[in-house]
Design a protein around this ligand. Sequence first.
Ligand code: PGA
Length: 248
Amino acid sequence: MKRKLIAGNWKMNGSLQANASLLQAILAGMGAAPACQVAVGVPALYLAQCHALLAGTAIDLAAQDVSAHEAGAYTGEVSAGMLKDFAVRFVIVGHSERRQYHGETDEIVACKAQRALASGITPIVCVGETLAEREAGRTDEVVKRQLAAVIHANGHCISEVVVAYEPVWAIGTGKTASPEQAQQVHAVLRAQLHAASEHSDRIHLLYGGSMNAANAAALLAQPDIDGGLIGGAALKPQDFLTIIAACA
Ligand code: PGA
């Protein structure tokens, strides 16, 4: 069985001082051999700081976004090659906040995943339905459409991605999908990946959306949930450590 993956998504939170104390607390509590693979997704400006703080530790560095372009006149953007310079191991692409507030389409997300893979960085591709889509019975159709764009653009490389199912209605709301609801969608995504790649069993399928210290164990016990993408709880060292320990 593959090791689970717990990735923090700090979003637009932190400061030089807060990042240092958060990482120090997580590293001190985690020990050298955590129960799973661990990553933290930090704001781009702090990649250099966190790269230095995490060197030689068991925590991998993740970025929260990457440009769909390779280089050039794209003011404000950060390329996959630049992320690679700071030993970034994962990059979140297609987070619902980027889809919603920055107009990212399925095609842009697929292109970002491609850029990451071309630089040897694992994209964490986020998919998920809104509350209105769930209530209209469209959950499977929406997540399959979002994932299909990434499969289409990335061909056999699809086995190198991580997929995060993040129901939009569960993000930052305190409303978690029940383990059964999450498992149901994960099984749909797993089947889609299986049809696309003979190596699909390697792919980590993460759940994200109000995962916390209290509900992590039940979610992580589901057969197709291979880890979590953690927002709010990743900023609280004790909670993040409890979620990591729930992978044991
Ligand atoms: P949350 O965020 O855990 O705060 O709901 C998860 C995410 O947006 O990745």
